[in-house]
Design a protein around this ligand. Structure first.
Ligand SMILES: Cc1cc2nc3c(=O)[nH]c(=O)nc-3n(C[C@H](O)[C@H](O)[C@H](O)COP(=O)(O)OP(=O)(O)OC[C@H]3O[C@@H](n4cnc5c(N)ncnc54)[C@H](O)[C@@H]3O)c2cc1C
Length: 471
């Protein structure tokens, strides 16, 4: 424990925690860095749809921490944090180990909430981690296999209906992905794809209400209707109960039931309960931090990502914010150890990206320009692949992605594309891929990408645009 008292202990290996750990390590930080995370793999959440569909594979978007951290000085501890004692500078984990720290980083994210809806925890499938994406894929495959063997039309309709609860970005992206993917999978089994139904259920009349993507509403609505199987809407519908084979909801003062063989839940997040027991202020479950991301009464403790909020400059709970905060915390911890004052964190929001089907997306740049369709899809995937949190991993994955895109290897022949000339989309993808991926490859080829400021090269990369300037 002698050594651990100088340690920087990071709780949670999501975007905020993992990027803090890697950036500290890459800055040749001379003190022990301990990352405590309950899972053995990092979930790259914005690309979970690709993991579900098979467009990208586990090694790309659901890598093991041991591999990601192999060449770093970070000690990875797979364990669940049970209690945090700020006054004693101590953290206890489920195995009973106690970690003393000099600096602590709280990056525990949020958790799914079902708003006490009866049956939801038992029967609705959440979609927030690689594990859950793989479970949903297996479940859907199983349902399609059951459906193809069923001669009872009512039973088949139930098995082929997917209800997605929540029309925020995750619900919409999932609905768009499944409304393209399931018809292809079912067609491959010899089924009639027209029997598939994807239904988006939302409490409000509007989709993307109050979300950073709200100005993409019209584009998203068009995309939902333009899938291989158009997505059905059930709006102004308050879900009151989830059953094994359906969703009960209240609409127009009537109780109704949608029979569904798959129920996915993307409707809400709540604070991590561990953090709510801390003797510090919070705003709707997010810990209040200073502009330097420190807890006001505990300057040795930093908090970032979905579990933290600066009341003067509130940021949306997104990966884009969390990873920038991780980089900034690494800088501030190092400054603190050098006896310098931490610097207020500047987050640059350069736009948003959404997946709107297989090979379709929208890139919303600076909230001014929208690039939809396949170019939007390529910008989105290229941008996210640049963020893969390790140079070696990034380089390997980038090359794989690029060759897959160029040769359309991961792409299932879509229902609509059947009968089309195959080389046309290939040539278009090749051209777009070269244009968008040149800076990506350049960046991936830099072995110490996180230490270098590539502005001097004159090669603009999306990440350069997104990341805060080096201090
Ligand atoms: C399906 C989906 C799609 C998304 N798409 C986008 C997108 O396109 N763009 C975007 O910017 N954002 C997107 N987001 C949001 C983004 O992923 C989050 O804002 C981001 O992950 C927050 O990072 P974080 O580090 O704060 O928390 P998280 O990524 O949630 O990480 C928290 C970590 O803490 C760990 N943890 C929690 N409790 C404990 C404990 N007691 N002990 C040990 N470990 C613990 C968890 O296992 C987790 O690994 C998406 C989210 C989802 C779910």
């Amino acid at each position: 424990m002698q050594q651990a008292s100088q340690a920087t202990v990071i709780l949670g290996g999501g975007f905020a925690g993992l990027f803090t750990a890697l950036h500290l390590s890459q800055r040749n930080y001379s003190h022990p860095i301990i990352l405590i995370e309950q899972r053995d793999r990092f979930s790259f959440k914005p690309l979970l749809y690709e993991l579900l569909s098979g467009e990208l594979h586990s090694a790309q978007v659901y890598p093991r921490y041991n591999e990601l951290l192999a060449s770093s000085s970070v000690t990875f501890v797979q364990d669940t944090v049970k209690s945090i004692h700020l006054e004693q500078s101590q953290v206890t984990v489920a195995s009973g180990r106690i970690f003393n720290y000099r600096n602590l980083v709280l990056a525990l994210g949020s958790k799914t909430t079902y708003f006490n809806t009866p049956g939801a925890a038992e029967y609705a499938m959440p979609f927030t981690s690689g594990e859950q994406a793989i479970a949903l894929r297996k479940h859907l495959r199983h349902r399609l296999h059951q459906a193809i063997q069923t001669s009872d039309p009512a039973r088949r309709r139930l098995l082929l209906t997917v209800a997605i609860i929540g029309a925020g970005p995750a619900g919409i992206e999932l609905a768009c992905t499944l409304a393209d993917l399931l018809p292809i999978w079912y067609d491959e089994l010899g089924g009639d794809a027209a029997e598939i139904r994807v239904v988006l259920i939302n409490r409000n009349k509007e989709i993307l209400k109050g979300d950073v993507n709200s100005h993409l509403r019209c584009t998203a609505q068009r995309a939902l209707k333009g899938r291989i199987i158009p997505v059905d809407f059930l709006f102004d519908a308050a879900v009151s109960k989830i059953q094994a084979d359906g969703v009960e909801y209240q609409q127009n003062n009537k109780t109704q039931i949608l029979q569904a063989g798959t129920i996915a839940w993307t409707a809400g997040t709540a604070a991590n309960p561990l953090l709510m027991n801390l003797p510090v202020a919070n705003n709707r479950g997010r810990l209040l931090v200073t502009p330097t991301l420190q807890l006001p009464d505990f300057p040795e403790v930093f908090a970032a990502g979905d579990c933290a909020a600066d009341s003067d400059q509130p940021q949306p709970p997104t990966a884009q914010v969390a990873y920038q905060q991780g980089i900034a915390i690494a800088q501030n911890i190092q400054r603190q150890r050098e006896g310098k004052s931490p610097i207020p964190v500047e987050i640059k929001m350069r736009g948003t990206l959404m997946k709107l089907g297989l090979n379709e997306g929208v890139a919303n740049l600076f909230n001014k320009v929208q690039i939809p369709g396949q170019p939007g899809h390529l910008i989105r995937e290229a941008t996210y692949l640049q963020l893969l949190p390790n140079a070696a991993h990034n380089r390997k994955i980038t090359t794989e992605w690029l060759t897959d895109e160029l040769f359309q290897r991961h792409r299932p022949a879509s229902y609509m594309q059947l009968g089309q000339t195959p080389w046309l989309p290939g040539v278009a993808t090749l051209a777009a891929g070269v244009i968008f991926a040149t800076p990506l490859v350049w960046r991936a080829a830099q072995p110490m990408q996180f230490q270098q400021n590539l502005h001097w090269t004159g090669v603009p990369t999306l990440l350069n645009q997104l990341a805060p300037p080096a201090r």
